[in-house]
Design a protein around this ligand. Structure first.
Ligand code: MLT
Ligand code: MN
Ligand code: ZN
Length: 312
């Protein structure tokens, strides 16, 4: 039987979603008003299945997970009194928007929780995650650069492997020390990209990346599908709109536009489908009729939206 991967975008926005509850930026105002060219987006998470939807793996557990799961019949309980087709969760980093949804998965359901040792350590330091009973939720450490077959709580293969690799990043916002600027653009275990494979099918999920590297270009070359950090259009976007004092660089996200942006860097990389994800509410590419959306589409990119479905 030939392998396949079904991918469902549960959430496509960065932390806060779009529109963000307390934001009156131009994009949030347009999205909140609704109408042509706008779409509400929840916080970033993918669901992936290699067996036609019998079992699903989540890449990231967003704070919106409860609503995201309730919105798709595929994730409803199917047998007995307690059941979920979610067999594993894989974490790319420990930012709130990638881990808070774990707290909504505490009702006695067993699954494999895959993350680097550094990300597991963050969860262990945060006492609230003790609600995930270790007898049911098995912590599985993912080593960098090693293909790890995913296994359900029953010990059976999920038919999918993941490989984590370091991308430039910083510690999660909630792990920063007050008054100190963390080391920016570090390579380590705190922020990783994920290669998800089933047989010969594979794609990359890189929701956070502080900078492009030649090594990353080589790794992604010829990939059929890449989801990539689309947080900000430009580095000063939040500062200019008086939404924050932080640049994209300070937040640990490379931007889309400019000489150091993803549009420029990816123009030299041959990729089947390139999809921006983890889109901040301020990013004008969220609006289907914006000049910025035209620019990314002209460069061969797609902009992820909630409930987007892709098949490999
Ligand atoms: C990020 O991606 O930079 C974080 O999600 C920031 C945050 O937690 O607000
Ligand atoms: Mn985030
Ligand atoms: Zn906004």
């Amino acid at each position: 039987m030939s392998s396949k991967l079904d991918i469902l975008v549960l959430g496509s926005a960065a932390g806060g979603g779009s529109p963000q509850w307390n934001c009156r930026c131009a994009v949030c105002a347009r999205v909140r008003a609704g109408g042509a060219g706008t779409a509400v987006r929840t916080q970033c998470s993918l669901a992936v299945s290699a067996d036609g939807g019998k079992r699903w793996v989540l890449l990231g557990a967003s704070p919106d997970l409860g609503h995201q799961l309730a919105g798709h019949a595929a994730f409803l309980p199917r047998v007995g009194r307690r059941h979920s087709p979610i067999s594993a969760v894989v974490l790319a980093n420990s930012e709130v928007d990638h881990i808070a949804g774990l707290l909504s998965m505490r009702e006695g359901h067993g699954f494999g929780l895959y993350a680097t040792a550094a990300t597991h350590a963050v969860l262990e330091r945060s006492a609230i995650f003790k609600v995930l009973d270790t007898a049911l939720v098995s912590r599985r450490v993912v080593d960098l650069e090693v293909s790890t077959p995913l296994i359900g709580i029953d010990g059976a293969s999920i038919g999918m492997s993941i490989e984590a690799f370091s991308v430039p990043g910083k510690v999660a916002l909630h792990e920063e020390q007050a008054g100190q600027t963390p080391s920016l653009g570090e390579l380590g275990e705190q922020v990783v990209g994920l290669k998800v494979s089933a047989g010969e099918k594979y794609f990359f999920f890189i929701p956070g990346c502080a900078a492009f590297t030649p090594e990353l270009g080589e790794r992604l070359g010829a990939a059929p599908l890449v989801f990539f950090d689309g947080t900000l259009w430009d580095d000063e976007e939040l500062v200019r709109q008086e939404l924050s004092s932080k640049s994209g660089r300070r937040m640990g996200h490379m931007c889309i536009d400019g000489a150091n942006g993803s549009l420029a860097y990816f123009s030299g990389v041959e990729i089947g489908r390139k999809v921006f994800i983890h889109l901040n509410n301020s990013n004008p590419v969220l609006l289907a009729d914006s000049p910025e959306r035209n620019r990314v589409e002209a460069a061969g990119w797609e902009v992820a939206y909630d409930s987007m479905v892709l098949h490999l």
